[in-house]
Design a protein. Structure first.
Length: 293
């Protein structure tokens, strides 16, 4: 099963393809073009049977914002032109035969986590198309994260070599070290190096807090005062873990939980590509994808 973190690839296209690419009505279509090219390349080269793309609907309505209002509040709202292109990217996804899903309360990461859990129950290994380190916590043995455009793989067993902790420790690692991208503070004075050392010594955040008296024995800079810092920010550390933990139990409809690839709708896809002013390249690729279906 392949699970696509769609926003990563849309934003990459938005920033990498010039916004001088416009439709006949003079709206930018750079993100749509870049995303459609990525998705078409993926489908043509991999020809997956089971695939879904997860989208974010609203960061402000996420349950995490209820727990911690500053969550992702450091991000500027998406420009109107990008919001328009997000809707077009979702249409491209459907018309190319890929199941797409979203939820106002849960983020794309949670949908991916839930689909990964259900996929494993069906006996599938999971490949997540993303480059977001948050999603590494979802990986289990046999799974991988694949930055398709950069062609970089991180398998479940590779995570310790890259981040110094196991995949299942990533949620506690981010809770301790924080994540500036998502405006998650972590524990003040605990960076990635210290967080990794603590988890290698204590294994989990819970075990760490059960053994604060032993923190001074960990071979990290400032170990003698670290226990007091952790004690002072106990509640914050546990709140951060709730923010960094990806949910794998999102209530989803039956069709969402069976992301079987469908045959592309070439007629409707051509209508969309006409409206966007795209040429023959993407259309030819869509025909090849349909013929190989």
């Amino acid at each position: 099963t392949y699970l696509i973190d769609a926003s990563i690839f849309i934003f990459r296209a938005w920033f990498s393809v010039p916004d001088s690419m416009t439709c006949p009505k003079d709206h930018p279509v750079n993100a749509v073009f870049g995303y459609a090219r990525f998705l078409s390349d993926f489908l043509e080269s991999v020809q997956p049977d089971s695939v879904a793309a997860a989208f974010d609907e609203s960061l402000s309505s996420s349950f995490r914002s209820e727990l911690y209002p500053p969550y992702k509040a450091n991000r500027d709202p998406a420009p109107a032109e990008l919001k328009r292109q997000f809707a077009q990217c979702r249409a491209v996804t459907r018309l190319l035969g890929v199941h797409e899903c979203s939820d106002r309360r849960y983020e794309a990461d949670d949908l991916i986590g839930t689909l990964a859990h259900r996929g494993r129950e069906a006996g599938h290994c999971i490949t997540i198309l993303s480059r977001d380190k948050d999603l590494l916590q979802v990986l289990q043995v046999g799974d991988a994260m694949w930055d398709f455009i950069g062609d970089k793989h991180i398998g479940h067993d590779d995570v310790p070599d890259v981040f110094g902790v196991r995949a299942d420790q990533m949620v506690d690692f981010l809770a301790l070290a924080g994540d500036s991208v998502d405006n998650i503070p972590g524990v003040p004075g605990v960076g990635a190096k210290t967080a990794g050392a603590l988890l290698r010594h204590f294994d989990t955040l819970d075990e760490l807090y059960l053994n604060l008296d032993s923190v001074a024995n960990v071979n990290v800079r400032g170990a003698s005062t670290l226990g007091a810092k952790l004690a002072a920010h106990r509640e914050q550390a546990h709140l951060c873990r709730e923010l960094t933990r990806i949910r794998c139990d999102v209530p989803m409809a039956g069709s969402d939980l069976a992301p079987v690839r469908q045959e592309p709708d070439l007629d409707e896809l051509n209508v969309l590509y006409d409206a966007a002013g795209f040429g023959d390249g993407l259309r030819r690729q869509a025909r090849r994808i349909a013929e190989a279906y």
